[in-house]
Design a protein around this ligand. Structure first.
Ligand code: S3P
Length: 447
């Protein structure tokens, strides 16, 4: 047998000859997994994590925390983190390779900003195009200094400041990564660090910082959510169970809605209100999604979702609630492509600076699959098929973007001619078991 060349693109085509059915779970939440490792690495003592997402992005965070002194081990199904204490991070011996992961990069820049550390960040071609100015700006105000590539991009080298200067910062862009970077910098900064977010974004950092014992207060004011963190915090180690990632659940959810006759159960899905926007939107489009067995796992709301094939209707979304489903838009575009009538989805400028320009890349891919659509500066209009199979018959350039790859793999399940993803390797950044899970539901992989 020939050895598999892992450096070669791995095309993927999913197809199905019948309905999707069965019960599946999705891997642990990516945002919570990153934060579990980072906060565990700053607590004195042992944090134990169950359900950690073992995707490449999270493993990049683990490697970086190890390079800065934390001991992180996987034993059986659990991850054990021995932290160094707030202020105790060590100078890494070499550049921190962030791979494809914007979350690792931006949150770690925050952590390092208030430590006496010089660190260089490098990443893959996708990450090296993404803007870091949004974290460089507030972290510079706190005293860190940066030498970035043109346009405020990677590779970049930063020098933290200790003690850093506490900051009151109003987010100019709805970004949980920027919010978290400033709060993480605030952990080792004397006094109060305050972040004002005019638009609420995912609140895992706030919940978890409180869970680890930091003095963090959230207040709702006319100007937005005001988050106040008392610095020079001491974090206590925790036992954490990571819920299933709603952003990963989005793919089987839309797949079941668009494949005739499907009836599936997705278990243990995170339902944090700052993340669960897609469920509400798909239900408003006529999607038959039943939220079952709601419960709390590790301080986060969780439920099982029963999803049945549905006749969807197009929807207009101005983007007011975009933050609560920002990563789910690519697969929502696929649902819209299969709906009756047209959809207009706006207010999505942020999609242009994700792992790829998701508006442009989705518009190009949808057009190649025969879906009438029009790219807008801040979104897209899509004319749906009314549920009929889409023409398909295209090879999609995924542009190193896991969610583009998975979205078009799902679209191919309701297409007349096969849809092939040029390279499925990026899927391993967030959902290494995606193909196996889709096969368990009845899809065939023609890779
Ligand atoms: C994330 C925040 C979001 C999201 C990303 C993960 C996080 O990015 O798109 O996948 O874990 O904080 P922004 O905060 O840049 O919108």
């Amino acid at each position: 047998m020939d050895a598999v060349d892992s450096s070669a693109p791995q095309p993927l085509t999913l197809a199905t000859t019948g309905p999707l059915s069965g019960r599946v779970t999705v891997p642990g939440d990516k945002s919570i997994s990153h934060r579990s490792l980072m906060l565990g690495a700053l607590a004195v003592g042992e944090t134990v994590i169950t359900g950690l997402l073992e995707g490449e992005d999270v493993l990049a965070t683990a490697a970086a925390m190890r390079a800065m002194g934390a001991i992180i081990e996987r034993r059986e199904a659990r991850w054990h983190v021995h932290g160094v204490g707030v202020g105790g991070l060590l100078q890494p011996g070499q550049a921190l390779d962030m791979g494809n992961s914007g979350t690792s990069t931006r949150l770690l820049m925050g952590l390092i900003a208030s430590h006496p550390i010089t660190a260089t960040f490098v990443g893959d071609a996708s990450l090296s195009k993404r803007p870091m100015g949004r974290v460089i700006d507030p972290l510079s105000l706190m005293g860190a200094s940066f030498t970035a590539s043109p346009g405020g991009r990677l590779p970049l080298t930063m020098q933290g400041r200790c003690p850093a200067v506490p900051l009151r910062y109003t987010l100019p862009v709805a970004s949980a990564q920027v919010k978290s970077a400033v709060l993480l910098a605030g952990l080792n900064t004397p006094g109060q660090t305050v972040v004002v977010e005019p638009v609420a974004t995912r609140d895992h950092s706030e919940r978890m910082l409180q869970g680890f014992g930091a003095a963090l207060n959230v207040e709702q004011a006319p100007e937005g959510r005001i988050i106040t963190l008392m610095g020079e915090a001491e974090l206590r180690p925790q036992t954490i169970t990571v819920p299933g990632d709603p952003s990963s659940a989005a793919f089987p959810m839309v797949a079941a809605l668009i494949v005739p006759g499907s009836d599936i159960m997705i278990e243990n899905v995170g339902m944090n209100p700052t993340r669960a926007g897609l469920v509400t939107v798909l239900q408003a489009m006529g999607g038959d999604i039943t939220v079952m067995n709601p419960r709390s796992v590790g301080g986060e709301p969780v439920a099982d979702l029963r999803v049945r094939h549905s006749v969807l209707t197009g929807i207009d979304l101005p983007g007011d609630d975009a933050a609560a489903m920002i990563d789910e838009y690519p697969v929502l575009f696929v649902a819209a492509a299969c709906a009756q009538g047209s959809s207009q989805l706006r207010g999505l400028e942020e999609l242009r600076v994700k792992e790829s320009d998701r508006i442009a890349v989705m518009a190009a891919g949808l057009a190649a699959c025969g879906v009438p659509c029009k790219e807008l500066a801040d979104g897209i209009t899509i004319t749906g098929s009314g549920g009929d199979p889409l023409p398909g018959g295209a090879t999609i350039a995924a542009h190193l973007d896991h969610r583009i790859a998975m979205s078009f793999a799902v679209l191919g399940l309701n297409a007349r001619a096969p849809v092939t993803i040029d390279d499925s390797r990026p899927i391993a950044t967030s959902f290494p078991t995606f193909v196996a899970m889709m096969q368990a539901l009845g899809a065939e992989s023609q890779a």
